[in-house]
Ligand binder design. Structure first.
Ligand code: TEU
Ligand code: CA
Length: 577
């Protein structure tokens, strides 16, 4: 990989760098994080009780997945009231207490902003569907069916089936890119946009420090909503709504209406499925862009055939390195990368790419080291820091997520005679449920998650994989994450330095060089369960010393490294500051 051009931030401007370039974000999926009232579902009080733990870990920002009132059809990503807290999770008073406690710990809160769609139980939609001439009719996409009675176009929902639901009462169909209980908002309507901005300001006035914006690159659809063309999973209509014609216009308007002139530097991160580097550069350019960073998905699809979730294949490391390097270089000068391997929509990376049977701790630490040594803002998904793994998803009864469940049921409906276990073998590895088993806090009842009956089964491995046990073990995955986070906080070269990936074609080695002025960081990692040969001397330079390893007795300098043990991941730094 060619060294990126002038990506190192001159030392003089470091102090002017936005706070979030040195930050580490922790994602909380509230229903699975910590339950304080014993109903088996995580809540805000449970999160408030764990803020001290997250501060100890070194977390700067919490991205809180939705806690708004919701029918929970998509676990809160179907919002029925944007200005309240669902009683399931607590109250606005609890929320205010959470904000106050976080700010007292110098931590910031990102709310999850879901404005590509609402719940069908949101008052806006209830009004909109009430009649064709309701003032809010145009706040959503209503269209007549085609003359032959088929849907207005051939777009498919990302949760299986048509992206249109017919409403007999007004004899029109409404668009839903996700579930039929998640009607898409029509961003062409300026009144709707104004209502969204007003709501965003309301949360900022309440003390929120920014937003994670759900599928924000879907909000501008191509005029006329034309039929999708082509074949395969990408012919579901996405060509007509990903990074659509007015996206930059809408987000620039949002920036002006909501963010400009605020008395604090906010953080905005857009979730942008199928975004390419050019999209991200346009969206996150510090002068003309509207967001600070985006979640791209390219690295989450390197082990999927045809980029479809339901066709998983073994990871080929060079493919991952090529994608990560492409994004490191693509945003080296303008824009900024988010860094993640885990979230609530992805199976646990440790189960997906690590070796949980023979090298559980080593591979968990290696995967973490690789992510945190890239240039960008790292995101830690709850439980990742202790090496949590995919739970057992035995049968369709264990598929509680709408996407997984809909897919299984739609495939079974298409071929009722098929073997259910064969179908589960397809769904199991990539089901979003894999990320949603309750966080494992201790080795006690229900892993300390709840005193009630957990909404989803606790992973049986909680006896050894839990916060309390690992906090007491300095060699645990947890302490390794805490060390990686501290390395970023303490070293400009890791926070701001240029990044260059080496040995791109090697099937075992992951090598990253970071540089900033006279500072260098070198990571040598073996992403395999076999020993790997490496010419450490090729990456040596004066003053490099070992600052992180997942094995005892690793060499202190890179030139002494000839072989890496299975999953051995080493970081050398010079001079540490
Ligand atoms: O996910 C957007 C998205 O990309 C979905 O298609 C999902 O990631 C899918 O698994 C991709 O294969 C966001 C939220 O993160 C997700 O939890 C919601 O279900 C979805 O939007 C709708 O709000
Ligand atoms: Ca609860």
């Amino acid at each position: 990989m060619a060294a990126p051009t002038s990506s190192a931030t001159p030392e003089a401007t470091l102090a002017t760098q936005a706070w979030w370039k040195r930050a580490v974000v922790y994602q909380v999926y509230p229903r699975s994080f910590s339950d304080a009232n014993g109903d088996g579902i995580g809540d805000l009080r449970g999160l408030i009780d764990r803020i001290d733990y997250l501060a100890w870990l070194g977390i700067d920002v919490i991205w809180l997945s939705p806690v708004y009132p919701s029918p929970q059809d998509d676990n809160g990503y179907d919002i029925s009231d944007y200005r309240d807290i669902d009683p399931l999770f607590g109250s606005l008073a609890d929320f205010d207490e959470l904000i106050e406690k976080m700010h007292a710990h110098d931590m910031r809160l990102l709310m999850d902003l879901v404005v590509n769609h609402t719940s069908d139980e949101h008052p806006w939609f209830i009004e909109s569907r009430s009649s064709r001439n309701n003032p809010k009719r145009d706040w959503y996409y209503w269209r007549d069916r085609k003359a032959d009675g088929s849907a207005p176009n051939n777009w498919q929902s990302r949760f299986s089936g048509s992206a249109w639901e017919h409403d007999e009462a007004t004899d029109q169909s409404y668009l839903h890119l996700f579930s039929r209980k998640q009607p898409d908002l029509n961003w062409e309507n300026p009144e709707l946009r104004g209502a969204v901005y007003d709501m965003m300001r309301w949360w900022l006035d309440r003390g929120v420090d920014g937003f994670r914006m759900d599928v924000i690159n879907f909000i501008s659809k191509v005029d006329g909503l034309p039929d999708a063309t082509g074949t395969g999973p990408s012919s579901d209509g996405r060509q007509h709504y990903i990074h659509g014609p007015r996206l930059l216009e809408f987000l620039s308007e949002m920036r002006r209406e909501v963010f400009d002139g605020r008395d604090k530097v906010l953080l905005t991160v857009g979730e942008t499925p199928q975004a390419i580097v050019d999209h991200a550069t346009a969206l996150t350019d510090e002068k003309s862009g509207a967001l600070n960073m985006v979640f791209q998905f390219a690295h989450m699809q390197v082990d999927q055939i045809g980029a479809t979730r339901w066709a998983p294949t073994a990871l080929e490391l060079p493919k991952l390195k090529a994608v990560m390097g492409h994004w490191q270089d693509g945003l080296a000068v303008a824009g900024w990368n988010s860094l993640y391997f885990n979230n609530h929509d992805q199976p646990r990376a440790l189960s997906r790419w690590g070796n949980t049977s023979r090298y559980h701790v080593q591979s968990a630490k290696a995967i973490a080291t690789i992510l945190h040594m890239h240039r960008g803002t790292p995101y830690v998904y709850q439980g990742e820091e202790i090496g949590m793994t995919n739970p057992e998803l035995k049968t369709v009864d264990d598929l509680l997520d709408i996407q997984s469940r809909n897919y299984y049921l739609s495939r079974m409906a298409a071929d009722p005679a098929q073997d259910s276990e064969a179908l589960m073998r397809i769904v199991r590895p990539m089901a979003r449920d894999n990320a949603r088993s309750p966080v494992q806090w201790d080795a006690g009842t229900n892993a300390g998650f709840t005193t009630g009956t957990p909404w989803m089964a606790i992973n049986p491995n909680y006896k050894t994989i839990n916060v309390e046990t690992e906090k007491a073990d300095p060699n645990s995955v947890l302490h390794h994450y805490r060390h990686l986070i501290a390395l970023r906080h303490e070293n400009d070269v890791i926070a701001y330095g240029s990044s260059t990936l080496e040995a791109l074609d090697d099937p075992q080695l992951y090598i990253i060089i970071r540089a900033l002025g006279d500072q260098r960081a070198v990571m040598l990692a073996n992403v395999s369960s076999e020993p790997a040969m490496v010419d450490g001397a090729a990456y040596a330079s004066a003053g490099l010393n070992l600052v992180s390893s997942n094995y005892e007795d690793s060499p202190r300098q890179p030139e002494a490294v000839k072989t890496l043990r299975p999953w051995e991941a080493l970081v050398f730094l010079s001079p540490a500051r």
